[in-house]
Design a protein around this ligand. Structure first.
Ligand code: NI
Length: 196
């Protein structure tokens, strides 16, 4: 089992293409969205949720949380949660800090589990999707969290290559919270997770 994660959206064109792909393979993923994008692309966010994917908090405007004071950190997280919970039945449980940047002050200020990753596809670089897929397939193991983005067309190309190959290898694609639950990990606020 692995968890595919898509950051920085929702995007009006790229995200629906990824959703179509996930639907085609009956796969689940986690979308770490930015608070300042969810109102503009509310329909995309709602589709993510309705189709069984997990929505996580990726801050309001992609700020590096380790450089902010307590109040600014609270704004980044709470404003994003609020906007999402106006559009969906639930607020996000998980937080992915932009750049993976988290320090002790941020860990104390934010009452959420921090989800990082064990495999970075670097899908945003202009590289061949075949190369990205084979690199991931060489490294991947059960319980991995795979970092991708849903704002670049390169990422869709990489996902088109990667998803069927992961499934051929026998991996189930689940959300981050599902992955933790299957591995009997109880997610704790203020803790960092890179894989399960
Ligand atoms: Ni990001």
């Amino acid at each position: 089992m692995v968890a595919l994660t898509f950051d920085d959206g929702p995007h009006p064109i790229v995200t629906p293409r990824i959703l179509n792909l996930l639907k085609q393979y009956n796969a689940r993923a986690t979308f770490f969205v930015l608070g300042n994008r969810v109102d503009s692309y509310a329909d995309v966010l709602q589709r993510e949720y309705t189709e069984g994917h997990e929505i996580g908090n990726h801050s309001y405007n992609h700020a590096s949380l380790s450089k902010l004071g307590e109040q600014e950190i609270a704004f980044q997280v709470q404003e994003t949660d609020e906007r999402i919970s106006h559009l969906l039945p639930t607020a996000p449980v998980l937080l992915r800090p932009p750049y993976g940047a988290i320090n002790d002050a941020a860990r104390e200020a934010i009452q959420k589990p921090f989800v990082l990753w064990s495999i970075d596809t670097q899908d945003w670089k202009n590289r061949s999707s075949g190369a990205i897929a084979s690199e991931v397939l060489e490294k991947v193991k059960d319980g991995d969290i795979i970092l991708m983005h849903d704002i670049h067309t390169e990422s869709v190309d990489a996902a088109i290559e990667l998803i069927p190959k992961l499934m051929e290898k026998g991996y189930q694609l689940v959300t981050v919270s599902e992955l933790a639950a299957y591995k009997n990990v109880t997610l704790e606020n203020g803790e960092k997770y890179t894989d399960f």
